[in-house]
Every structure is written in C-alpha cells, then in structure tokens.
Ligand binder design. Structure first.
Ligand code: ATP
Ligand code: MG
Length: 582
C-alpha cells in the first residue's frame, strides 16, 4: 500500500496569478500548481509534486535503458579542466561551460555533458575487444550557462539529464546500439505520454555525423521542424531549402533611385515586383573574421547555422561594424564592393542571371546586375531557412512546418573523442584501435515541461497517468462531519490498498477551491464524495483529461474494485475501466 498524500499536509503552495516572467503554459502552470519554484535565473527547486513527476519520468527512462543492456553509473558533476584541454573542448565549448578554480588554483568545470570524463574512466580498464561493446548511463544534474535561460525547465542553466555513452570495436556494433537507443527513445516518449517525432538534426557541440533528435510537438517549441508525408523529417536547421527566385525584367545594369526604400518589402513595392525577384543582403564575418555578404532570395530568411557551416563559422555584424566597412544598410549589393569582402549566395540564385540588389549607395538600387558580368560570387551554398511547401529532399512532395521541443538526441560519435583522448582497445591480434563511440541524451526536466505543454487546458494540467504525481484525488465536499469525511477516508484507503497513488483533499476548504486546485494540479482521476451522493449510493468521478464527469454507483465501484483486485496491476485495471490509459 502506498502512502496517502494529504492536502492538509502537502507542501504545494499554489499561485492565483500567473507569474509575469512565465511566458509559456508549462512554466506558468508548474509554478502556479506548486510543483517548483525559481531560485535564481535558470535555476529551479523542485517541490514535492514536481519531484514525484521527475522520479516517474526517471523510472521510465531507467527501465528503457536497463532494458537494452545499458548499465547505470554516476559520474562527478565537477570535472578537471585538464580533460577538457585534452579533448580540445576547453577552448571550443564557449561561455556555456561553467568554469572555475579550486582552492589550489586548479581549473575545473561543471559538466554540461560527460564525454571526456567517461572516456577517461574507461580508457585504462576497457582494453580488450572481449569487453566490448559496453553502454553506461547516468541520470544527473547538468550545468550550461545558457545565453538566454528561459521558459522555466525548458531552457534552464541547471537541468536533469540522462546521458548514456557506448563503446565499440566497430561501426557496425555502434550502429546496432544506436538503433537500440533510437527504439528505446521512442518507447520512452510514448510511455511518458508525449506526442513526438524523431527528426534528422545537426550534431552541434557534441560532434559526430549520424544523429537524430526526438521532439515533443508543441506550438511553444523553440525548434522548427519540417516533415513530409513520405516519413522524412528534419530540424529546419539542416533541412535543405528550395526557394524559387524570379527573374526581374531588366538584363542591363541600371541604377535606380529608390528614395526611402530600406526593406525588401519596400523595394518590391517600389519596383512593382514580387519579393522573390529581389536579392536580400546580409553582412557578417566568417570563422576567420573575414567580412562576407550573403545574398538570398528576398522572400526567404537566412539560416545562420547553414552560413556557419559554409564559412567555417559565421556571425552577423552589428550596424556600426557594417558602417565601418562603408556599406549603407538597406542598399547593400555585390557590385563594386570594397577589396577583401567575400560574396556568398544561395544556390537558388544560380538560376537568376540578373539580380535586383542594393547599389551600395543610400537611396539607390541596381536592377539587371549580371552575375559574372557586373560582379562575382565566391561561395554558392544552401543558405536559406526552409519554408512550408518546399520540396522534400527524399520524394519532392511539399514539406509541412511544425514546432517542437527537443527532449532527446542520439549520436554516433565515431572515434572523435577516443582518438584525441587516446582511448583504445586491443583487437584479436593485439593491435590497438580507438573505440567507436556513441552518446545519447534525454532532458528529464525538460520532458516534464514538454508534457505540460501538451497536456494543459484552461483549468490547469492533466497529467498522463504514467507520470502523474498521484493517480487519483478523493475530494470530500465537507470535512469534520461523521458521514462524508469518514466515507472519503475509507475510499482513499481502499484505493491505496489496491496500489493506486491516492491524494485526499482533507482541508477545510470550500468545494470550489478544492475542485479548482485539483484541476490545476492535474490528478488524472477525481472522485468526489458528498452527502447527497452518499445518501443516493454514489460517487461522482471526473476524468481530468477530458473533464468528463459522471456518477458511479457503489455497485459499480465495487465491481471495479473487485476486478482491479484480481488484475496483475490494479491501478492499470482501475484506469482502464475509467477509460484512461495507464
Ligand atoms: P538545445 O539545442 O535545446 O540547446 P542541445 O542540443 O544543446 O539542446 P543536448 O546536448 O543534445 O542538448 O542535450 C541532451 C538533452 O538535454 C536535450 O535533448 C534536451 O532535452 C536537454 N537540454 C539541453 N539543454 C537544456 C537546458 N538548457 N535546459 C533543459 N534541458 C536541456
Ligand atoms: Mg541536442
């Protein structure tokens, strides 16, 4: 029998007002329902209900990891800088890495991810091909000093992650574990109740080439996803865009006075052409610090990640820096550029022989600027952000755009870390090779937020049964009497005995307050016990997900109870009968 949670004792302070700095439902509701509190920017304390949910998510995650033969360990959060120097990431990681010194002046950092320390852990003792493959995981706090911590648990500075690492003799073995992980991630998302989609993704800081992100679908998601009916799906960061620029009528270079024109929309209107007939200029600098101007069709947006890949790093310049180059913002073009300025252009513009561009003179544009005649392009690349309706790279059908929250990512790393960290094993002939490695992360705390993003309505949260802080809330309409409260206590006791996690709202509060808080906190099932119902021989039950209410006679309850008792999992049986999936 599980302990009954008493609302009279529970530490779950609720808020009437929505906190002003909470912009999305999960952030608002987890604060309002008393699941967590902000301790400082991007740092949260979990209160009892929030921590119960985290435990449930972790349990599901553990079961999935253990189920594919991954073994749980625990690594230190605090790590020596030396290892990060060895891998090269001390310099590469950037300001997200929280760095410090210990009392002896030794460089340290708080782990944002644990490739270095785990590779160091195994490299001395995992020496034979006979010991491979091996997969280890941990569930632990991670620290990233994010540029913009926001949306509560969605992007915090300290967060809970499950991170797993696998070691192999060859790519085939790595691929098998990667596939097992991929499948386990799908089951994890399903079991915690998420509507999700795996998408092809960028490998970012972690490295490697084969990688997929698992996204919870939600309007509030920071990521833009594209997908096709053929099954292909990707993060828009890496999805190829297929703009269709239009040729403007002019083929001779002609300078046109365009007074007051500064935007693409103004230019298109001025010339009486579609935006797709103009070329938009963006000024930045490459990884080596060289100035570069990028041109894309006027009706598209630049994808900075693609620019980063094309130029070994890319950063847009501030207005003052653009001025320093002698370029007039709003009228920038490729003709007659100062020495040393690179020109990059989107692939799609290759099909357009004559462009509409700025004339590098405030208030003037060129029409009919000829590629190869009036100016040259140094680098052609896919630079645009994909749009709804762009062609699927697999089958050509139009793509659909949705938004998602990244809850997990799996990577085939190859030998990236094992080579630099000299982590090797000996093969059958005693020859030394670096391990093939994989790494696999799940944001546990972000999962909790993602669930709330998908499972909320005007009244609050409705938790999926599998992760709910408790299964059922018994609501006596009055307390302190000799009918209602004892009946409610008895009911709560019986349900707890069945193995259900039970909350009883034993507070001397108005029914309206109890109902509102039960809805806000999101217990999957509510059972209301009142004087009139008891006299009529019935309870009222409410399924929170649908907000459907109905009466349940004592006979019916007894039947449910008896059925649940015979069932291998009483809670599952109870929920099945209530029309809820456990
Ligand atoms: P993002 O692109 O959202 O910054 P990431 O790709 O850098 O995330 P990974 O290194 O793949 O993150 O980490 C594994 C998982 O940890 C992510 O899929 C995500 O669920 C979670 N996570 C990453 N950063 C944060 C954060 N700042 N707050 C909460 N969860 C996070
Ligand atoms: Mg990621």
């Amino acid at each position: 029998m599980t302990a009954i949670i008493r609302m009279s004792e529970l530490y779950a302070p609720t808020l009437k007002e929505t906190p002003s700095d909470a912009a999305i439902p999960s952030h608002q509701l987890l604060l309002r329902a008393g699941f967590m509190r902000k301790s400082a920017t991007g740092l949260y304390s979990y209160l009892p209900l929030g921590w119960r949910v985290i435990h449930k998510i972790e349990k599901i995650c553990r079961e999935e990891m253990d189920g594919i033969g991954s073994q749980e360990i625990m690594l230190p959060i605090l790590q020596p800088a030396d290892l990060w120097h060895e891998s090269g990431r001390w310099d590469d990681y950037g300001p997200e890495l929280m760095r410090m010194e210990d009392r002896h002046g030794v460089g340290m950092c708080l782990g944002p991810t644990h490739e270095e320390i785990i590779t160091d852990l195994v490299r001395n003792e995992l020496k034979s091909y006979k010991q491979l493959p091996l997969t280890l995981y941990q569930i632990q706090a991670k620290f990233r000093d994010e540029r913009r911590p926001r949306f509560g648990l969605m992007r915090s500075r300290e967060f809970i992650m499950k991170d797993a690492y696998s070691f192999h003799t060859d790519a085939e073995s790595l691929h098998k574990t990667y596939q097992d992980m991929y499948d386990a991630y799908g089951r994890y998302c399903e079991r915690v109740g998420l509507e999700y989609r795996p998408v092809a993704a960028d490998s970012g800081q972690i490295g490697g080439s084969v990688t997929v992100e698992f996204h919870a679908l939600a309007e509030s998601g920071e990521a833009e996803l594209v997908s096709c009916k053929c099954g292909w799906a990707a993060n828009s960061e890496i999805a190829p865009a297929t703009p269709a620029p239009i040729a403007y009528e002019a083929t001779e270079l002609k300078k046109v006075a365009t007074p007051g024109v500064h935007t693409i929309a103004e230019l298109a209107e001025f010339l009486g052409c579609p935006e797709a007939a103009t070329a938009k200029a963006m000024v930045g600098k490459t990884g080596e610090g060289k100035p570069v101007i990028l041109f894309i069709p006027g009706d598209y947006d630049l994808n900075e990640l693609k620019a980063e890949r094309a130029f070994g790093g890319f950063e847009l310049l501030e207005d003052e820096e653009i001025e320093k180059l002698g370029l007039p913002k709003g009228s920038i073009g490729p003709v007659g550029l100062p020495e040393g300025v690179l020109v990059g252009a989107d692939e799609s513009l290759r099909n357009i022989a004559h462009w509409v561009v700025g004339a590098n003179e405030d208030g003037f544009h060129y029409v009919g600027a000829g590629v190869g005649r009036d100016f040259d392009v140094d680098v052609w690349a896919d630079l645009c952000t994909v749009k709804e309706g762009n062609a699927c790279p697999e089958c050509g059908a139009p793509l659909t755009v949705t938004r998602g929250i990244e809850v997990g990512q799996v990577f085939e790393l190859g030998t990236k870390y094992s080579e630099v960290l000299k982590a090797t094993y000996l093969d059958e002939d005693g020859k030394e090779h670096p391990y093939e490695m994989g790494c696999y992360g799940i944001g546990i705390s972000r999962t909790m937020a993602a669930i709330v993003e998908q499972c909320n309505d005007e009244y609050g949260i409705y938790w999926p049964v599998s992760v709910a802080p408790a299964h059922v809330c018994v609501l006596p309409l009055t307390v302190g009497d000799d009918l209602v409260q004892p009946a409610a206590e008895k009911l709560a006791g019986e349900l707890a005995e069945l193995g259900l996690e039970v909350v009883i709202d034993d507070r001397d509060e108005r029914p309206g307050v109890k109902f509102a808080e039960a809805d806000l906190m999101g217990w999957p099932l509510q059972i209301v016990v009142g004087k009139r119902g008891l006299e009529a021989g019935e309870y009222e039950i409410k399924v929170r997900r649908t907000n459907e209410k109905r009466t349940m006679s004592f006979d019916e309850y007894n039947e449910w109870h008896a059925h649940a008792k015979r069932h291998p999992n009483a809670a599952d049986s109870f929920f099945e009968q209530a029309g809820l999936k456990a």
